[in-house]
Design a protein around this ligand. Structure first.
Ligand SMILES: [Zn+2]
Length: 422
């Protein structure tokens, strides 16, 4: 059984603080929308009618409310699993099978992953087939949804199995330096996945083909040559078979580096707008944002692995949550639970940096294209097509947003254009 001590109290206080903060943030955000949801921001004047505006507000409110319910449920499940004595019983059961320690660890995490995946099913169904359908986004069939679920569960089980197996083996065989070797394996694996994702995993879910519109394709290639970015092709894929949401991205590494456009984006945007979006994306590469993020992630994960290594032998950790033995896989789970309570409060650090990167990429796009008009048009269309929230609470946006709020971002683009004219 769990032991009431200072560690458990600190854990519970942090856990509750995170849950309550998350709920409060959503609450003020929806409240702000209720107050301002009927005003059309200046940059959207004449672009958005009342019906679209109210659909935008309803979509934000519906998905926020649903998100809150889902988080509450997840939090309850986490607490029940950690505090009910279920985990120590599971460990006793697994130990009674007398398996090798790597296999025991894999089964332990496998069972937990399976439980959380099954519990997630009703939420995913409701979100896809009720909310997303109500607002006309969802186009996916139940058959495709089930195949997706099975495929992604299998893939994550295989990838997690490889990584976790390697980690447990290293913990066992390299007692004092495993945190360093685990970091090496994880970093190499991450790079390998970035490299292989576009050619190995993405095609399991979608059909990719070179962009059909030859004129657009030539313009994109010319743009990339102008910037000096080597890519191995411009692709489009059948995003529309799942949802009408629109997007575009750069992906891959070296020989697999490519530009990928949603077919839904191609059908609703002009070529000029698409080129501007890609000029913005190219800005992320040229300004080394991707590299900086990668270096930061690697440095941070080295620190995290060292911290896990230091915490792993702490007897209090195991006693607190009712374990008689110090097992590495149990340690990993408990430390992850502790870190999870803190990581929520670190969200704004990443968000602030990301928003700075977004503004830099917008500047880059302006310098390259010479005008911000198509970019501003593209963002307006994206806002309408995806029913974006035009009135996020400023604190909510500061805390979570990886991009500046749309009205603010478009206003900034227009200012750049006005400055150029004067
Ligand atoms: Zn961006």
């Amino acid at each position: 059984m769990v032991q009431w001590n200072i560690l458990l109290i600190v854990f519970l206080v942090l856990f509750a603080a995170g849950s309550i903060s998350r709920w409060l943030l959503t609450y003020i955000n929806v409240g702000y929308l209720r107050l301002h949801g009927r005003d059309v921001p200046e940059v959207f004047q004449g672009e958005i009618d009342e019906a679209t505006l109210s659909r935008m507000s309803d979509y934000t409110a519906d998905s926020s409310r649903f998100g809150s319910i889902e988080h509450f449920f997840d939090d309850m499940v986490t607490l029940i699993i950690l505090l009910s004595g279920f985990l120590p019983l599971l460990v006793v059961l697994i130990l009674s099978w007398n398996l090798n320690f790597i296999l025991s660890g894999l089964i332990f995490f496998g069972i937990l992953t399976l439980i959380s995946s099954v519990l997630d099913i009703p939420f995913s169904l409701y979100s896809t087939f009720v909310i997303e359908k109500k607002y006309g986004f969802s186009t996916i069939t139940i058959k495709l949804w089930i195949t997706d679920l099975i495929k992604s569960l299998l893939i994550s089980m295989i990838l997690m199995g490889i990584l976790l197996g390697a980690m447990l083996a290293l913990i066992h065989y390299a007692e004092r330096s495993w945190w360093f070797w685990v970091w090496v394996v994880f970093s190499a694996f991450q790079l390998l996945m970035v490299w292989l994702y576009p050619v190995l995993i993405a095609p399991l879910f979608n059909k990719f083909e070179p962009v059909q519109n030859e004129e657009l394709k030539d313009a994109i290639i010319a743009l990339m040559e102008k910037v000096g970015l080597k890519t191995e092709g411009v692709f489009q894929f059948d995003a529309g078979k799942r949802s009408k949401h629109t997007n575009a991205y750069f992906t891959g590494l070296g020989k697999t580096k490519r530009i990928v456009l949603y077919d839904t984006l191609l059908s609703s945007h002009s070529s000029d707008e698409i080129l501007s979006v890609l000029a913005h994306e190219a800005g992320h590469w040229k300004k080394k944002h991707i590299m900086k993020q990668l270096v930061f992630t690697e440095a941070a994960s080295l620190g995290v692995f060292y911290l896990i290594y230091r915490l792993m032998d702490w007897p209090l950790l195991y006693e607190t949550f009712g374990f008689a033995e110090k097992l590495p896989y149990v340690g990993l789970l408990l430390i992850a639970a502790l870190f999870g309570t803190v990581s929520f409060f670190l969200t704004p650090i990443g968000a602030v940096v990301m928003r700075k990167f977004e503004r830099e990429a917008d500047d880059y796009c302006f310098n390259l294209v010479g005008t911000t008009k198509p970019m501003a048009e593209a963002l307006k269309r994206l806002a309408k097509d995806n029913l974006a929230n035009l009135h996020p609470h400023p604190f909510y946006a500061w805390f979570y947003y990886s991009h500046p709020p749309l009205a603010e971002r478009i206003a900034r683009l227009q200012q750049m254009e006005d400055k150029k004219a004067s």
